[in-house]
Design a protein around this ligand. Structure first.
Ligand SMILES: [Fe+2]
Length: 354
């Protein structure tokens, strides 16, 4: 038996098996949504029509982000709704949204942050032209995580006498129990948590809601070869927590460096070109959308001689920044460990106390 075979837990074996399954999964994924496959349906937010673009039920394996196109008929508006964080980019038309009590006017090129849990309702002010907007959310992530605060059911519980002092968990001296924050069943952990949540809610309330298309200015991108502008980004005063949107432009006859990152959605706003993903070529034009799964090497090309291409990239960079440092798992196999005797028997703490 080699050292590798000897020092290997079931956790490690399962992890390697999961990695193989994941590689196989990536090979079979649907990676492009063509515009000719898009269909509008009546939305459950009545008054609007919706075309799912990147959704699990139409064959994508998006785990964090989703993308739809919403349509508001001339002079129309939809019902008010509440949802997880969403970014709304206006593809065409003129209108306004009521977000909680704020009225925000919009037109082609504008991008709105629909803050999580805020009531939002969308109006088309033109009697002739319909309005279409991209709608990017973190719904798949929310559906998986199912975030939920502690909810008391309101039934009975036991209430020890006021002067009861519980024994110290580790045998040291336990001080008498004191009230925290003027409430009886309250702890410092819960009190501070509520303060943090209130601070975060205030930060989101105060943050920017809209980036006007007329105000955006391109800059050089870290992808190299293309130009970029953040249209819903913390760098420009938004408080988006998970989903980010930026616009990228490829000059005539240009291409980006090959790169990889975590899950992203690329909607083609203008032009014709192609992307290479893990060596496979995917042609695209205005209205097509590319799904870039985590860790897939990719590169975008504009082969046209006279025209630029533009796309809206939807990423989860705020979340990724928060979790990036966590995605590390490595053991330094340099022989610096102690080898217990072959007849050594490990005991659990409850066995040791017998
Ligand atoms: Fe990319």
């Amino acid at each position: 038996m080699t050292m590798d075979e000897k020092w290997q837990s079931s956790i490690d074996k399962a992890r390697r098996a999961d990695e193989m399954i994941e590689k196989e999964r990536l090979r079979n994924l649907r990676l492009i949504s063509k515009r000719e496959d898009l269909r509008f349906e009546l939305s459950s937010t009545r008054g609007l029509m919706v075309a799912p673009v990147i959704r699990r039920h139409i064959g994508f394996d998006n785990r964090i982000l989703s993308l739809d196109i919403f349509h508001v008929p001339p002079g129309g508006h939809g019902e008010a709704q509440r949802n997880p964080e969403a970014l709304m980019h206006v593809l065409n038309g003129h209108g306004y949204s009521i977000i909680n009590d704020e009225r925000v006017e919009w037109e082609r090129g504008d991008t709105l942050h629909i803050k999580p849990g805020y009531w939002n309702q969308h109006f088309n002010i033109s009697d002739e032209e319909p309005a279409n907007f991209l709608w990017a959310t973190n719904e798949p992530l929310i559906n998986y995580v199912q975030p939920m605060p502690v909810v008391p059911k309101g039934d009975t519980y036991s209430d020890p006498p006021e002067d009861y002092v519980p024994p110290h968990p580790f045998g040291y001296e336990q001080k008498p129990i004191e009230m925290v924050g003027g409430e009886k069943w309250m702890s410092i952990v819960e009190l501070r948590r509520r303060e943090r949540v209130a601070g975060q809610e205030q930060h989101i309330r105060d943050a920017r809601t809209i980036m006007r298309g007329r105000d955006v200015q391109l800059e050089r991108s870290v992808h190299k070869g293309d130009f970029i502008v953040g249209i819903a980004d913390q760098g420009h005063g938004f408080a988006n927590q998970v989903v980010r949107m930026h616009l990228q432009q490829l000059p005539p006859e240009s291409h980006t460096e090959t790169h990889k990152h975590d899950e992203a959605i690329i909607y083609v706003l203008q032009g014709k070109g192609y992307s290479l993903m893990d060596g496979v070529r995917y042609e695209w034009q205005e209205g097509d959308t590319i799904f870039v799964p985590t860790a897939v090497w990719h590169q975008h090309w504009n082969p046209q001689k006279d025209s630029t291409t533009q796309h809206i990239a939807i990423t989860q960079i705020p979340l990724q920044e928060f979790l990036a440092e966590h995605n590390v798992l490595e053991v330094r196999h340099d022989g610096d460990f102690t080898e217990p005797p072959s007849d050594y028997v490990p005991l659990f703490p409850w066995d040791l106390r017998k």
